[in-house]
Design a protein around this ligand. Structure first.
Ligand code: FAD
Length: 105
């Protein structure tokens, strides 16, 4: 059966589902996922920790842009979606200083 849409998104990970969710407010978006379930790959393995300095420069800019919404997701849900929790970080001998640069929440 033929289907028509305004946006065709390849991949049902957090990126594709997030984009589809936003686009679906004003358009018809279809997500194509090659696995049987969405979130099967990286998304399903994420520890779901907000790490400010995670990834390359583009990702770090996106992290910074996302933080205010994560702290105060008005119109999405009530209260912050970030909660404090424990995290055990390990570093190889001689690389202990890298623990200081890890900015997570
Ligand atoms: C072990 C682990 C821990 C992590 N912990 C954190 C964390 O604590 N904090 C954090 O911010 N990030 C973390 N990450 C990173 C985070 O999970 C990823 O950056 C994020 O999930 C990427 O989402 P994505 O939608 O881009 O990719 P994916 O989740 O990989 O989604 C891509 C989707 O596209 C589908 N696809 C690919 N090609 C096609 C095709 N041709 N046709 C149809 N479908 C296709 C795949 O099947 C997949 O479902 C972690 C990652 C791993 C592996």
């Amino acid at each position: 059966m033929a289907q028509h849409c305004d946006f065709l998104i390849i991949g049902g990970g957090i990126a594709g589902i997030s984009a589809a969710s936003q686009l679906a407010e004003n358009a018809k978006a279809i997500v194509l996922e090659m696995e049987d379930v969405i979130g099967h790959h990286s998304t399903g393995r994420s520890a779901a920790i907000f790490i400010r300095n995670y990834g390359n420069a583009v990702i770090r800019a996106l992290n910074a842009a996302s933080e205010p919404t994560l702290m105060n997701p008005q119109g999405i849900c009530e209260g912050s979606v970030l909660t404090r929790r424990g995290l055990l970080m390990l570093a190889e001998e001689g690389k202990e200083d890298q623990l200081e640069t890890y900015e997570c929440q």
